[in-house]
Every structure is written in structure tokens, then in C-alpha cells.
Design a protein around this ligand. Structure first.
Ligand SMILES: [Zn+2]
Length: 254
């Protein structure tokens, strides 16, 4: 059912949360927009104006690697200081109450971890942009480490001092395969829950969009909280077409 108004939706959501044993949230860009992080895919979003750098191009050219890091550091100035929003804080409260065994996200902004969910319990389908790693040996690098070398060399992407490999943000780029471990953990969480919350995702990006469907098929209840309609609204047990912060704020434990 589509909630007729926010108040009814929140009351129904609370009943479903209370009745659930294991709640698994699945989050998309919509949960982070109130934190000042734009939805790159949205109409008018960054990716409609500037083509993302494909993984093959990143590997093939020093220029593309330099450009990729130039864009990343420009982004840092705009929203590097972003803090968790009401949606993140509400989900962290449910997690701390023992309701949420783990969370699946399409976001790369680290805000779920910042809100207090242990990194081990956040499954990142598209990786994480708040640190970097070597594509050769997988060694992890802080952005500040990359930034110092990038600046000192006049804007050149540094290579790994250990193995000479390329250093890239720990995100999954277009053209890069989905991380197997994250996909497996997301499937396990989906199978183990009895309430699946799809929040702030248009649910059109596959394979990620398969999770709400899998949860529903497995007998879990499905709740969708998203400003716009999604193609799964019809099969959901509850749909809130509202602002995510407003819909989840009542679930923040103080
Ligand atoms: Zn390396």
C-alpha cells in the first residue's frame, strides 16, 4: 500500500519494525542528499553533465588517472565534510537496538559508518570513495597520502611505492566488475531478513535492484521509502513517497 500521508506511513512503519526480527536496510543516494551530497545519476546531476571515467580508460591512460584524482579532490572541497543525516542516524539507532544485522548500500560516502554502524556490517556494493587502494596489491591508502603526492607532482596520480600498481579510490567504477564478496554478503543479508527497507534508491540499477525482489520472494516484507515512484511500488507492503529524513527522523533514539 502507498501511505496516504506521512503520519500514517510512519505509524505503519513503526508497527512493521516492532514486529520484525531482522531488518535489513538497502540505501541509495536519496538518503545522503540532505547531507549535501548530490545524486550524481539524477536529472541535472553531475553524471549527466560530465561523463564518468570508465575503468578501462583509468587503466589505459595516465591522463585519465590524473583527471580522475583531480575530480575526486574537487569533490572533497564541496562535500568532504558531509555529516550523517536523519536517515543515517535512524538506521544507526535501529542497529544499536539490535534490530539490524547489517546494511546494504549503493552509496560510497561512508556516512553509515560515520553514523555508528560498524564497517563490517556495512555492505558497499559500489565501494567507498573516502579512501584509496592499490589495484595491484590492494594496499589501502588515505586520501591525504594521495593528495600530498598529487599536489607535489603538479597533479599526477601516484603509483603504489610497494608494487608500482595504480592507486584508485576504493569505489567500483563503470566497467569494473561488481565486488564478489559484497554481492555474496548482500545476498545473505537479504535471505536472512524478515523486513527489507529500500531507502532513497530508484531501484533501477542492476544487479542491486534485484535485492528487494529477492527479499520479497523469500517471504520478507518490503518497505520502500523514496521521493519518487519506483517500479517495485506495486509489490511493496508499504511505500512512503516522502522526504527520507522526515520519514525516518521519528526512529532516531535520543
Ligand atoms: Zn601496490
Amino acid at each position: 500500500m502507498i501511505a496516504p500521508d506521512l503520519e500514517t506511513g510512519i505509524a505503519r512503519l513503526r508497527e512493521m519494525m516492532d514486529a520484525a526480527e531482522a531488518v535489513v536496510p538497502f540505501t541509495g543516494a536519496g538518503i545522503s542528499t540532505e547531507c549535501g551530497i548530490p545524486d550524481f545519476r539524477s536529472p541535472g546531476g553531475l553524471w549527466t553533465k560530465m561523463r564518468p571515467i570508465d575503468f578501462g580508460d583509468f587503466l589505459a591512460s595516465q591522463e585519465m588517472r590524473d583527471e580522475s584524482w583531480r575530480r575526486r579532490f574537487a569533490m572533497q572541497q564541496q562535500f568532504g565534510g558531509a555529516k550523517p543525516g536523519r536517515g543515517h542516524r535512524a538506521l544507526a539507532s535501529l542497529y544499536k537496538a539490535g534490530k539490524v544485522p547489517g546494511l546494504i548500500t549503493q552509496n560510497i560516502d561512508n556516512l553509515h559508518q560515520d553514523s555508528g554502524i560498524a564497517a563490517d556490517h556495512v555492505v558497499e556494493l559500489h565501494g567507498n570513495t573516502t579512501y584509496a587502494s592499490c589495484l595491484g596489491c590492494a594496499k589501502r591508502y588515505d586520501l591525504s597520502w594521495v593528495g600530498e603526492r598529487f599536489t607535489a607532482s603538479g597533479g599526477r596520480s601516484p603509483d603504489c611505492p610497494g608494487c608500482g600498481g595504480f592507486i584508485k579510490t576504493a569505489t567500483v567504477s563503470f566497467g569494473q566488475s561488481m565486488p564478489e564478496d559484497a554481492m555474496r554478503r548482500a545476498q545473505e543479508l537479504t535471505q536472512a531478513c524478515d523486513l527489507f527497507l529500500a531507502i532513497g534508491s530508484s531501484l533501477v540499477v542492476w544487479p542491486a535492484a534485484g535485492f528487494p525482489l529477492a527479499a520479497k520472494r523469500n517471504g520478507a516484507r518490503l518497505v520502500i521509502i523514496n521521493r519518487d515512484e519506483t517500479e517495485f511500488d506495486e509489490i511493496a507492503d508499504l511505500v512512503l513517497h516522502d522526504d527520507i529524513g522526515a520519514a525516518l527522523a521519528p526512529f532516531i533514539a535520543h
